[in-house]
Design a protein around this ligand. Structure first.
Ligand code: P6P
Length: 342
């Protein structure tokens, strides 16, 4: 029997990564890292699906660095992802929405990559069984982070290493999300297009379901929490007024679900600044930047209203940023409402 060159069935994530590594040998470590994140997301998916049965869908008795009451699942998902990243030996530094400060990974101090993540975004929706998701981004450590244990400048080196977490979206080498909804869908980019894999419950394998995702130039929906409309600036209100009777409104209130729909169907997702949140609600490093990376890789556009989100350099790990992202022409229309005060 001669092995055929063409895949006999839809490739699994494992096979897709092996093929991708053969074509891009320099990305072998990155693919190993992605495979580990996928395993972590698969674990989180199972925990989320069973949370209501296991009594884990409620609040924890702790407040996180965002001054938000943590959910039990926030804490569990955070530990699952930290373990998945730690044991790859490829991540020297990690930053999480659920951790006050970036974490130096002892087992792999000075390793090639930095991982940033929101372990379970939209966790407040779990009790209503509404979609949630994990968001992640991968950077390279661009500041030399090799520190000898007996190095008398250990503290200085560690401080310098932590700077590796404060990189703009433009420096991402990979990003993605895993949505836990009616199905579990892992969507990521390694810098050469966006690909989606759906978890097959029978085999527990991620199977290619969205090859080379391209976002339409315009789309049928806008996705904003209009309950905040009175707190928005005139630019955003003017733009939303222009959409009435033109686009439908779709808003889940879980960023991963709203961005996933926007990627596939087109349109615009936004979480603007408002009088209560001067920089909006969403965090730049591990929510807005990874999602913007994906949207740009799919041919879409991202903006804080005045400039690409990908160009915003974080000055702190949990910095927030106004977010508009989606179909390129829809986001350009939004930006035009800001152009009069550029
Ligand atoms: P609001 C979830 O808490 C989250 O961070 C995003 O997933 C979501 O898009 C946003 O907040 C929803 O915020 O104020 O509309 O409930």
């Amino acid at each position: 029997l001669r092995a055929t060159a063409e895949p006999m069935t839809t490739p699994t994530l494992t096979r897709w990564l092996l093929d991708h590594t053969r074509q891009n040998p320099s990305q072998e470590d990155l693919e190993a890292l992605l495979s580990s994140i996928a395993m972590g997301c698969k674990t989180i998916s199972g925990i989320v699906q069973r949370a209501g049965v296991d009594g884990l869908d409620g609040a924890a008795d702790t407040i996180n660095v965002q001054d938000e009451q943590q959910k039990q699942l926030d804490i569990i998902a955070n530990e699952v992802l930290k373990d998945a990243l730690r044991y790859t030996g490829k991540v020297g530094l990690a930053a999480s929405e659920e951790e006050a400060d970036p974490m130096l990974v002892e087992e792999a101090f000075g390793s090639k990559y930095v991982a940033v993540f929101d372990p379970l975004d939209g966790s407040s929706n779990v009790q209503a069984a509404v979609a949630t998701g994990t968001i992640f981004g991968i950077f390279k450590q661009n500041v030399e982070c090799l520190v000898d244990d007996d190095d008398e400048n250990m503290d200085d080196d560690q401080t310098r290493c932590l700077l590796n977490a404060l990189q703009p979206g433009r420096s991402l080498v990979a990003a993605g999300y895993c949505m836990y909804s009616s199905s579990t869908v892992l969507v990521f980019s390694l810098g050469d297009g966006v690909h989606g894999f759906t978890l097959d419950p029978r085999s527990q394998e991620f199977v290619l379901s969205h090859d080379d995702v391209r976002i339409p130039e315009r789309g049928p929906y806008y996705s904003f929490n209009e309950g905040n409309a009175k707190e928005w600036d005139a630019h955003v209100r003017g733009y939303l007024d222009s959409l009435q009777g033109v686009k439908g409104s779709r808003y889940v209130g879980s960023m991963v679900a709203d961005v996933h729909r926007t990627l596939l169907y087109g349109g615009i997702y936004g979480y603007p600044a408002d009088t209560k949140n001067k920089n909006g609600k969403l965090r730049l490093l591990y929510e807005a930047a990874p999602m913007s990376f994906l949207v740009e890789q799919a041919g879409g556009r991202c903006s804080d209203g005045r400039r690409p989100i990908m160009d915003v350099v974080p000055s702190s790990v949990h910095q927030r940023v106004p977010v508009f992202l989606g179909s390129s022409e829809d986001v350009r229309d939004l930006e035009a409402f800001y152009s009069d005060d550029l």
